[in-house]
Design a protein around this ligand. Structure first.
Ligand SMILES: *Cc1c(COP(=O)(O)O)cnc(C)c1O
Length: 376
């Protein structure tokens, strides 16, 4: 049990994580295995506890963004497969071999240097850029891509276990975007099949992310790299999902002071809020250093005793103020829910995100290290 001082904290519910995984599993056939994407400390939820829970659920394949994350996951998941989706400097080829980490390979040149430096068998998946324009072997034609991938498979020291690509607009209903996703899918499948024609039968071909799994499921993808939906958030909060998932994290804090301010009084930096009547103000010790964005100044809401309260004035580094005029007799140390449920009211990370033009992903990833994660 983690000892913490009640100030601001995030509660992570592994029971909900389990239920989300069960529901996600029901959307794929036995041709597809889940890769749990636990990059960025499991999207801010705490990778150690999330991986532990997922291992108990039978998930044995994890994806991360970089070598530091891979090494952490390796330290608590000694038996699992771990794939680095992003680039690692070839200087670390030997570390990848030693820790049995699967590296995403982004080009023939990248593969050649890894092969030279590995001094042992380095497991890898080759990334094909079919339209994301980020990393991976740049796709021009099926034959060219197959040639480059084939050349990589012939290099010494590399054990190529699969190829993969990443969708750019799988979370969109726009017909052009749907077509784009289909083209990305058809491209990687055609490259894979061309490799098979050439006698190269790789174990894995994968292209599904959360949105892909929800809206474009295809059992040719032997792995589904699911991130955001495991955490109970939506790839696109405007689009209905085929399953109901629950957010697994809640962000809470206590009330540090309650006071009445008079008409004409100002609140917080910049004096952006001026009371037009007498109001009751509650101060809450959470701020942008905790990852509760300053863009939520005078916009965000929080739940207190199951009711919505507006943030007044600027969010400070360590504190913010709420208008609690409608709540009688509010006491210090009572609980404030910034993200989560209190009674019948709910504020999701997606709701918070939409207030300042971002996505739920950024809100949960942004909850800072200063906030203890309390896992239940
Ligand atoms: C982050 C990431 C994912 C997971 O994306 P979600 O939308 O969270 O499911 C999958 N694949 C790659 C390559 C990624 O970078």
């Amino acid at each position: 049990m983690l000892i913490f001082h009640k100030r601001a904290w995030a509660e992570v519910d592994t029971g909900k994580l389990k239920r989300n995984i069960e529901k996600i599993s029901s959307c794929v056939t036995d041709k597809t295995e889940l890769i749990a994407v636990v990059k960025a400390d499991a999207y801010g939820h705490g990778a150690r506890e999330v991986c532990k829970c997922l291992t108990d659920c039978g998930v044995n394949f994890f994806a991360v963004s970089n070598l530091d994350e891979a090494k952490s996951v390796r330290s608590y998941c000694p038996e699992s497969d771990i794939l680095i989706l992003g680039y690692s400097s070839t200087d670390y080829a030997k570390v990848l071999v030693r820790d049995n980490i699967i590296q995403g390979v982004v080009s023939l040149e990248n593969a050649q240097i890894l092969s030279e430096k590995a001094e042992g068998v380095l497991r890898c998946h080759i990334k094909l850029d079919t339209g994301m324009g980020r990393i991976g072997v740049k796709h021009n034609s099926i034959m060219d891509s197959a040639d480059e991938i084939e050349a990589i498979t012939k290099l010494p020291n590399l054990s190529v276990e699969g190829i993969y690509t990443h969708f750019a607009v799988a979370d969109s209903e726009n017909p052009e975007d749907v077509e784009y996703t289909k083209t990305q899918r058809d491209t990687i499948v055609a490259v894979y099949d061309e490799l098979v024609n050439r006698g190269i039968k790789l174990k894995h071909l994968h292209f599904l992310n959360s949105a892909g799994t929800m809206y474009h499921y295809d059992e040719r993808s032997t792995l589904a790299r699911v991130g955001i939906i495991m955490y109970g958030l939506h790839p696109n909060s405007e689009m209905k999902m085929p399953i109901e998932i629950e957010p697994i994290m809640e962000l809470k804090a206590i009330i540090s002071q309650v006071k009445t301010i008079e008409k004409g009084d100002f609140v917080s930096y910049g004096r952006t809020f001026k009371a037009d009547k007498s109001i009751t103000l509650a101060t809450v010790p959470i701020g942008y250093a905790d990852g509760y964005s300053r863009f939520l100044s005078s916009k965000g809401e929080a739940l207190v005793r199951g009711t919505r309260c507006k943030i007044v004035g600027r969010v400070c580094m360590d504190q913010l103020m709420l208008d609690v005029s409608h709540i009688p007799d509010l006491k210090v140390d009572e609980i404030v829910t910034l993200i989560g449920r209190d009674g019948d009211e709910v504020i999701t990370a997606d709701d918070v995100a939409s207030l300042y033009g971002t996505i739920g992903y950024e809100v949960v990833c942004g909850i800072s290290k200063r906030v203890p994660r309390i896992v239940k």
